[in-house]
Design a protein around this ligand. Structure first.
Ligand code: S3P
Length: 470
């Protein structure tokens, strides 16, 4: 797969040089039963915890997107044997030969995590506790993203991490585990971020004493669930008001160092963030009925379902079950008349990756949708507030950018050309917008779709969305 062009600047006009484009034609409805690719967050964590567990962890349904492949490559470079069980393209089962908490070895060169913020932030937490130095870097987009949010708490734990302006590359200094180990801390995260929480907990596995992360908004809890699945005990306290930080606490997660992780079998559910594009497609095209099979519906992640249902979306969960500590369900979606609504507060952390989907739903709804408290969107794979508003306007929708969100007036999507800004989720959201538009929509710079959803385009065609890649 060709690599996309990712300019260092955030200027949308700078994205003129681009590679793969999607040309989407209006569609008259989508039907069928499909299974989208494996969950990205869970796949990263399966590799990370499998590598530091004792014994062989077998993972089925891992996401073979560029982001997770970068994590796999990084652990191979640190001496972990990770094998794909067969050569069949759809049989993405992996075996990870864990070497235990102290079994990683120093990589021969810096680790390149590509486009993946999750990989870079979680690995910084893990590697700042190792007795050898490492350098972590990414592509042009990742090298522009803020890392101060992890560097600050990890340095308070005694880690040494150097960077220019708090951005990658990050140079991590070796720790002397016997004479000067990391120290456990109690840390209240200043922003809702599962990546920050997870980086601190990973460092906490090696830190002297207890490490607690205090969150004032719920963020995805895959790390806590997976630690428990690997036999590591995690203390979780929910919802109380703290005099110390003067705010309502949503969660406190605490771990104590000195334990061990034990290999297990993991089935990775289908990724709700990927399923969300197909949920959107079925909602906004006429005469649609789609079933998305075995999708992860972890409540710390499922805000998009709640918001779309509030907008009038006909979405039902069937066959709910628990797969290795993660809830999964089949999601049944039908064409719906959507109404604008307010999306703010807790909605944002619970649907942080699905705001592009919600924005396109808002463009197809009757009335106004106001998205606020979402300034974090400015530091995702692109400035998503700016890219979404610019793209919606290019498709004939009245939309306005605010510092922490946007206001979208529902209308009729015209055809047109939109920039994905090199951002996988913006590319997929506007591709689905094309299915409900009056005329063809061309989405530029779609290479990065492969970071999270490598078979998006063939699967979309299978479901009835007409996309040509060129
Ligand atoms: C992720 C956490 C979220 C999310 C990202 C995946 C994770 O990032 O946007 O796609 O797997 O922990 P933040 O922690 O920056 O909110």
């Amino acid at each position: 797969m060709l690599k996309g062009f990712r300019p260092a600047s955030d200027n949308v006009a700078a994205y003129e040089i681009c590679t793969m484009k999607f040309l989407v034609s209006p569609c008259s409805g989508i039907q069928g039963r499909i299974k989208v690719a494996g969950d990205k967050s869970i796949s990263h964590r399966a590799v990370i915890f499998g590598a530091i567990a004792n014994g062989v962890t077998r993972v089925s349904g891992i996401l073979e997107g560029d982001d997770v492949l970068a994590t796999i490559q990084a652990f191979r470079a640190m001496g972990i044997n990770i094998t794909r069980a067969s050569n069949q393209p759809d049989d993405n089962n992996y075996e990870i030969q864990g070497n235990g908490l102290h079994g990683l070895s120093q990589p021969a060169s810096s680790l390149d995590l590509g486009n993946s913020g999750t990989a870079l932030r979680l690995l910084t937490g893990l590697l700042c506790a190792q007795p050898w130095p490492t350098t972590l870097m990414g592509d042009d987009s990742l090298n522009q993203r803020p890392m101060g949010r992890i560097i600050d708490p990890l340095m308070r734990m005694g880690a040494h991490i150097e960077s220019a302006d708090g951005k990658p590359p990050l140079n991590i200094t070796a720790v002397e585990p016997r004479t000067n180990p990391l120290r456990g801390i109690e840390y209240a995260t200043p922003m809702a971020s599962a990546q920050v929480k997870s980086a601190i907990l990973l460092a906490g596995l090696y830190a002297k004493g207890r490490t607690s992360v205090i969150e004032t908004a719920t963020t995805r809890d895959h790390t806590e669930r997976m630690l428990e699945g690997f036999g590591y005990s995690v203390l979780k306290i929910g919802q109380k008001t703290s005099r110390k930080i003067g705010q309502k606490i949503e969660h406190v997660v605490t771990i104590q160092s000195g334990g061990e992780l034990f290999a297990r079998e993991i089935e990775v559910p289908a990724d709700l963030s990927s399923a969300a594009f197909f949920i959107l497609a079925a909602l906004i095209t006429p005469k649609s009925k789609l079933v998305l099979q075995r999708v992860g519906v972890n409540p710390s992640r499922a805000g998009v379902l709640d918001v779309l249902q509030r907008m009038g979306g006909q979405i039902e969960l069937q066959n709910q079950s628990d797969v290795g500590g993660e809830p999964v369900a089949d999601i049944v979606v039908r064409s719906s008349k959507l109404q604008g609504c307010d999306v703010r507060g807790n909605d944002i952390a619970l649907a942080i990756d699905e705001i592009p989907v919600i924005a396109v739903a808002a463009a197809c709804a009757v009335g106004v949708t106001r998205i606020s408290d979402a300034a974090e969107l400015r530091v995702k794979e692109s400035d998503r507030i700016h890219c979404l508003v610019t793209g919606l306007k290019a498709l004939g929708i009245n939309a306005k950018e605010n510092s922490d969100g946007m206001v979208i007036e529902g209308g009729k999507l015209t055809g047109g050309q939109v920039q994905s800004c090199g951002d996988h989720r913006i590319a997929m959201a506007f591709s689905i917008a094309g299915a409900a538009a009056l005329d063809q929509v061309e989405v530029l710079d779609c290479n990065n779709v492969a970071t999270s959803f490598p078979n998006f385009y063939p699967l979309a065609n299978q479901a009835g969305v007409n996309i040509v890649a060129h």
